[in-house]
Design a protein around this ligand. Structure first.
Ligand code: ATP
Ligand code: MG
Length: 437
């Protein structure tokens, strides 16, 4: 993509309303634009990142055996009356009436709708488990939308749902998601620590929030120091194998969200205790037959008797992740995207537009990189080099290739790694070889 053609409305001034780095940087880098409080448009740069994150989430859900579908954003109120949540949800739910004065709502989550779909078509234990997910916009009229996309009112969530015959089977589904989440966040370069979370009225140990430690996190969390340098999972997972030992390896160590923290356990940890602020990027939750009972989602078991299915739901804040990743990876100059989610892998800077040799070298590099499957943003604007360097640092592409007349005389261009700031003078061939995917 040529920057002269790319819609990238960067801002020079730091927007006054933005309190944290990710929000400031997303606005300054032209990644998003606020439509109204907590509601954002995703401009091309931000949208590319959102799509990359979404795709990683999708691939790991698919690998764990969950099937993608798509439910609507607008739901009928009657389903929520069945479950009892239409009144419970209060003002956070955006309620709408259609032209026939039927009560509708913009979905804040999808347990009711998926349960309705399930009960309409699944009747026998033989058809279990059912593992389904979708990636869809949600609306929650948060009391205090803030921090940009981190706590929005409209936000993109991946939500999965599992339906099983009994607790043991539900645990297998839960474990699949537990491992899939570790892999998902790890692929984005994030260390999301699985922390014991509130499991609601049914109790039990099957509720974990996946939390990234960051100063700007909204809540205080505590965990064992070992999580900080623990090796995350990199090997292939056999999702049909017994995952319990693997999951136990992660849950054996203390890690708890704010309302689950335990003073005595923390004291016993001594120097091994890490207390910090956390950003919740995902939540997995087993809630038994809460909705299946209320909504009559029954299957016939092996003994011929009807049972209300055991359910779990599993969310990932896809749009929140864009902000969370920036909180984890930025410096004073701007964003530092991890490669797997970067909007482009390479920023190509022509520092002397109008110089024939520079134009030719840039043109060749641009073509060759693209032919090799590398995503390039080519800054071909006629601006001062300093402005172009600052702009490239701000938008945070992992690699920069700088082409200028002086280096070209010796057949050299500069390769800069955004993360380390390291620069190297290399021939065009070596740059191409280094950046080849
Ligand atoms: P929180 O405690 O942050 O309000 P929640 O417990 O209400 O979150 P869940 O219902 O578990 O959230 O939703 C699943 C995921 O969706 C969360 O882990 C989070 O990453 C994301 N999420 C929730 N609310 C928002 C929001 N207002 N803006 C952006 N992402 C959100
Ligand atoms: Mg939660």
């Amino acid at each position: 993509m040529r920057l002269t053609k790319f819609f990238l409305p960067t801002l020079k001034e730091t927007p006054a309303e933005a309190q944290i780095a990710s929000h400031r940087l997303m606005l300054r880098a032209g990644a998003i634009r606020q439509a109204s409080a907590g509601i954002y448009s995703w401009l091309p740069l931000g949208f590319r990142v959102l799509k990359k994150i979404e795709q990683i989430v999708r691939e790991e859900q698919d690998a764990a055996g969950f099937q993608e579908m798509l439910m609507p954003t607008i739901q009928p109120a009657e389903l929520w009356r069945e479950s009892g949540r239409y009144d419970d949800y209060g003002k956070e739910m955006l309620r709408i009436q259609d032209r026939h004065e039927r009560d509708m709502l913009f979905g804040p989550t999808n347990e009711e709708l998926i349960t309705d779909i399930f009960r309409a078509s699944v009747r026998s234990y033989r058809d279990l488990p059912q593992l389904l997910y979708h990636i869809q916009w949600k609306f929650r009229d948060e009391v205090r939308p803030r921090f940009g996309v981190m706590r929005g009112r409209e936000f993109l969530m991946k939500d999965s749902y599992s339906f099983d015959l009994d607790y043991e089977a539900a645990k297998r589904s839960y474990n699949k998601m537990f491992i899939a989440y570790l892999r998902t966040f790890e692929r984005m370069g994030l260390k999301a620590i699985p922390m014991r979370a509130d499991s609601g009225p049914i109790g039990g140990d099957m509720s974990h929030e996946f939390v990234i430690l960051a100063e700007t996190g909204e809540s205080e969390v505590g965990c064992h120091r070992d999580f900080i340098d623990m090796d995350w999972i990199s090997s292939d997972i056999g999702y049909e194998d017994d995952l319990q030992p693997l999951v136990d390896g992660f849950t054996a160590k203390y890690a708890a969200t704010d309302d689950q923290r335990d003073g005595e356990q923390e004291k016993a940890l001594g120097d091994d205790l890490v207390v910090g602020r956390g950003i919740e990027v995902g939540h997995i939750f087993h809630f038994g037959n809460k909705y299946s009972k209320a909504m009559n989602a029954l299957v016939t078991g092996p003994d011929g008797a009807d049972v209300a299915v055991e359910m779990g739901s599993y969310g990932i804040g896809v749009s929140r992740l864009v902000g969370a990743i920036i909180e984890a990876f930025h410096d004073d100059d701007g964003i530092i995207w991890p490669e797997p989610v970067a909007p482009f892998r390479v920023g190509l800077i022509n520092i002397k537009v109008g110089d024939d040799a520079c134009a030719e070298a840039c043109g060749n590099l641009y073509e060759a990189l693209q032919a090799g499957g590398v995503e390039v943003l080519y800054d071909d604007r006629d601006l001062r080099p300093g402005v172009k360097f600052a702009g490239m640092d701000l938008i945070g592409l992992p690699w920069q290739v700088v082409v200028g007349p002086r280096g070209l005389k010796n057949g050299l261009v500069e390769l800069k790694e955004r993360k380390t700031g390291e620069r190297q003078e290399l021939s065009i061939e070596s740059v191409l070889a280094r950046l080849a995917t």
